[in-house]
Design a protein around this ligand. Structure first.
Ligand code: AMP
Ligand code: ZN
Ligand code: FE
Length: 285
């Protein structure tokens, strides 16, 4: 069984439509795929329909923008009810902050002599509810200012670059509890990735998150080297957290990262599914 539990569509900052993502998952010989757009369930229904047709299991998920100990962290949430009132209110706040940040970023860029408009970004963002820096980056590529997203982040949009603007993200501890209240399973995304604050997410930090309801940790991820994976896996095992592995595929948004390049052990997947609430959000075969 090949299981990939982290992939984005063009409903956030990936480039495949939900149907194309499912088709590509089928072509990559996956049996189980989770759709995990940033902060939105917008792509679920189209992905569900495509998965039913392709005969693969779809896990409804999302990757929620959170903050913890002063740093941004991403929380994967599986099989949650996005209409749970606290969850829905919090997602709306995050999405509003995404929208609100873009004009401020464009203001910074203008001060740097780069003149792009909100319509350029909207065009790059398509119909997404979760507009973000990657769409600003795509607009910069279209206008020929940079060659790719990577260069856009390095020169303009990354946290140490001059076009960076802070945005609101959900409090991690509170969001873990909210995901549980919404019947979902919270799993920390790539906690030791280069851009995160590792010190707050050591064994002690992860134990604290587990106390708040965290169920698992994404261990096998392109942004973790072999040493990090082994250390993180050992911590997860000793705490009893579910261990996942996933691609974090974004289509052309992350060149070279293919569906199924990292996968989740079937036993760990079973554990994860069993932790979901008994609501109507079950993986769709
Ligand atoms: P935002 O959601 O607007 O805060 O943008 C963050 C997203 O941009 C992340 O989830 C990544 O998918 C993407 N990203 C972050 N850093 C880079 C980078 N250096 N190059 C390309 N994409 C990046
Ligand atoms: Zn993304
Ligand atoms: Fe992420």
């Amino acid at each position: 069984m090949r299981i990939d539990l982290h992939a984005d569509t063009d409903c956030s900052d990936g480039t495949d439509s939900p149907a194309a993502l499912v088709a590509n998952a089928k072509a990559a010989d996956l049996d189980v795929l989770a759709i995990t757009d940033h902060d939105t369930a917008q792509g679920w229904s189209a992905a569900e329909a495509a998965a039913a047709q392709a005969g693969i299991t779809l896990v409804q998920g999302m990757e929620i923008s959170c903050r913890h100990a002063g740093s941004g962290v991403h929380l994967l949430a599986y099989l949650l009810d996005p209409s749970h009132p606290v969850m829905a209110a919090e997602l709306e706040k995050v999405l509003d902050a995404r929208e609100g940040r873009v004009p401020a970023v464009l203001e910074r860029l203008r001060a740097l002599g780069v003149d792009i408009g909100i319509d350029d970004v909207r065009r790059a963002a398509g119909a997404t509810a979760a507009m973000g820096r990657p769409h600003v980056a795509d607009a910069l590529v279209t206008l020929g200012v940079v060659a790719d997203r990577e260069e856009a982040f390095a020169r303009f949009l990354g946290p140490r670059a001059p076009g960076y603007v802070h945005r609101y993200a959900a409090d991690l501890l509170a969001m873990i509890a909210t995901v549980r209240a919404a019947g979902g399973v919270p799993v920390l995304a790539h906690p030791w990735a280069a851009r995160h604050n590792h010190r707050a997410l050591d064994e002690c930090g992860l134990a604290e998150l587990q106390g708040a309801g965290l169920c698992g940790v994404e261990v096998d991820h392109y942004d973790h080297d072999t040493e990090a994976r082994e250390a993180l896996r050992a911590i997860a095992r000793s705490l009893g957290l579910v261990v996942t592995g996933s691609s974090d595929y974004h289509g052309a948004g992350k060149p070279g990262i293919e569906l199924g390049c990292n996968t989740t052990d079937p036993d760990e997947y079973e554990r994860l599914i069993e932790l979901a609430g008994s609501g109507h959000h079950r993986p769709v075969l």
